[in-house]
Design a protein around this ligand. Structure first.
Ligand SMILES: Nc1nc2c(ncn2[C@@H]2O[C@H](COP(=O)(O)OP(=O)(O)O)[C@@H](O)[C@H]2O)c(=O)[nH]1
Ligand SMILES: [Mg+2]
Ligand SMILES: [Zn+2]
Length: 282
């Protein structure tokens, strides 16, 4: 029996790195139907994957296991970032205690003032925001230095430059601009992530883009815990959801500009969205 890490799941086969080799293996039994994820640590016996080591964590979308860092890629133009998409991805990461960094790519398409205005609320909340221009490799050295050992995952909508960043970081030629209808329709490729080895025992996952993003499956009372900038604020009630309660420290911080107004307003919308879910989601 040997061990390996799943680089990619494609239909009834998985590409697995095991020692010096990359193997194409068949998952066994229950692992065959969605039971195996890119990033899984597995046991191998002959041609088969026989067992998955318990996961440290698991991202739902993109589906990847054992992630060390989420890289949320956004652009101010082509396409214009939706702050609510960024927030939703940050919440997905926070819900599983996964560190996240924002990567503002295509820095050539926005002025320094526009970039600073985008980054400010996130930096104020305690997140790291890095700026890159993948096609000219600007900011790529700093980004590479920020990658921890283990698996980092590139996430974000189609067209923001995830594959371009991967190419810049690794010299691996991935298909850039690959958002064709063919790929979207592909039964196995649509949701899949692919892991690339980038040296020093580190892995980087490129993922397809997404459209609508879900909020993490948390109770409405837990949502506030996923906002770093809401912590350590003093509210009169310990179960304050920072909406209409009296003496709310979060609302006070928003009023005097210590917490970003946009982040707070989106929080209120997300809170309503969670409260409106069918009961099984609570
Ligand atoms: N101007 C500019 N274009 C970029 C940059 N990075 C990527 N692109 C272009 O954006 C398009 C989409 O890039 P791609 O890597 O396929 O995005 P993905 O869908 O997120 O993987 C391609 O035409 C890239 O050449 C950048 O930093 N600046
Ligand atoms: Mg891509
Ligand atoms: Zn409050």
């Amino acid at each position: 029996m040997t061990h390996g890490v799943v680089l990619r799941v494609l239909g009834d086969r998985a590409q697995v790195r095991s020692g010096e080799e990359i193997l194409s293996l068949r998952p066994k039994g229950v692992l065959r139907d969605g039971g195996l994820l890119a990033g899984d640590q597995v046991e191998i016996s002959g041609e088969h994957i026989t067992k998955v080591t318990p996961r440290r964590n698991e991202l739902g979308r993109p589906p990847v296991a054992n992630v060390s860092l989420l890289l949320i890629v956004a652009t101010l133009r082509d396409p214009a970032v939706l702050p609510s998409d960024v927030d939703r991805l940050l919440l997905q990461a926070a819900a599983i205690a996964l560190p996240a960094v924002l990567v503002l790519n295509k820095s050539d398409l926005a002025t320094p003032a526009e970039r600073a205005a985008f980054a400010a609320p996130y930096r104020a909340a305690g997140y790291e925001v890095m700026e890159t221009e993948a096609v000219r490799c600007e900011g790529v050295v700093a980004l590479r230095a920020a990658l921890p050992s283990g698996l980092s995952v590139l996430a974000g909508p189609s067209g923001v430059g995830k594959s371009s960043l991967l190419t810049a970081l690794t010299d691996i030629a991935v298909e850039v601009g690959a958002i064709s209808a063919r790929l979207r329709r592909g039964r196995h490729t649509t949701r899949s992530a692919t892991l690339y080895e980038i040296g020093g025992g580190r892995l980087l996952a490129d993922t397809p883009g997404f459209s609508a993003l879900e909020l993490p499956n948390v109770a409405s009372g837990r949502l506030r815990e996923l906002y770093p900038e809401f912590q350590e604020r003093e509210c009169r009630f310990s179960d304050c959801v920072h909406r209409a309660e009296p003496d709310c420290g979060v609302r006070a911080a928003v009023a005097c500009g210590l917490i970003d107004q946009g982040r707070y307003e989106r929080y209120l919308r997300f809170l309503e969205e969670i409260e409106g879910r069918p009961p099984q989601w609570h």
